[in-house]
Design a binder for this molecule. Structure first.
Ligand SMILES: [Zn+2]
Length: 229
């Protein structure tokens, strides 16, 4: 299996799947990350692009990420970008990473860039049906981003419903917090959802929900199983 985590902004990949990424890479799996908006502009507490680049690099190194594929789509303005451009960028990332499992945002997230990332990803993962040289997709998972997913207030959308739980253990939760702390200004004081207490508490709760020792949860959008005999 080859994993690709497709996110709108730097730090989303850690918030949503940091502990899972760490566990996977520790087990020798290949995980790539695609960040559609790699720029610092319009982000609070991000003085310049160089610092953000350093933060991303050091965070990804901690988690053992194989490579980061960065776009320069405009922050909080994905709604101004043609859908096709987002789809094609993600398709190129899928080809480059040879991903068979794609993890991305839930489409009901409050953050509008997350919605557009999710929609573009849903289209992009079908690439293998149009091109026989592309590895077939096994799974598309939506992740939960503390401070965005729980703020899905629009009742006309289907909200995040976790049905897939990845046991990570306490050590990987600590790694997630360490990786998130590499991003300047992201961690906050409790009761903010991006505080140590809330992140450990969420992992403990998701673990308790699923009989796991600390977990990150996902919603499986599609899973294809092929048995070769
Ligand atoms: Zn985000």
């Amino acid at each position: 299996m080859s994993y690709l985590v497709v996110v709108a902004h730097p730090d989303d990949e850690v918030l949503g799947a940091g502990a899972t990424i760490y566990k996977l890479t520790q087990a020798g799996e290949k995980v790539d990350v695609c960040i559609l908006c790699g720029q610092a502009a319009a982000r609070k507490f991000r003085p310049d692009d160089n610092e953000l680049e350093e933060d991303t690099e050091s965070s990804m190194r901690l988690l053992g990420v194989n490579q980061v594929i960065k776009g320069d789509f405009p922050n909080i303005k994905f709604n101004t970008v043609p859908h096709l451009e987002l789809v094609q960028f993600i398709e190129r990332a899928i080809i480059e990473s040879e991903a068979t499992v794609v993890i991305t945002h839930h489409p009901a997230d409050l953050n509008n860039d997350h919605l557009h990332t999710s929609l573009a990803c849903q289209a992009a993962v079908r690439l293998f049906q149009r091109r026989t040289d592309v590895k077939p997709l096994n799974e598309l998972l939506y992740m939960e981003i503390p401070s965005a997913t729980e703020w899905a207030l629009n009742d006309s959308m289907n909200k995040f419903q976790p049905n897939t739980f990845f046991e990570v253990g306490k050590e990987a939760v600590e790694k997630k917090i360490e990786a998130l702390s590499q991003y300047r200004g992201v961690m906050r004081e409790y009761p903010h959802p991006r505080s140590r207490e809330a992140l450990v508490g969420l992992a403990a709760y998701r673990g308790g929900q699923s009989g796991c020792c600390y977990a990150e949860s996902f919603e499986c959008a599609i899973r294809r199983i092929t048995i070769h005999v």
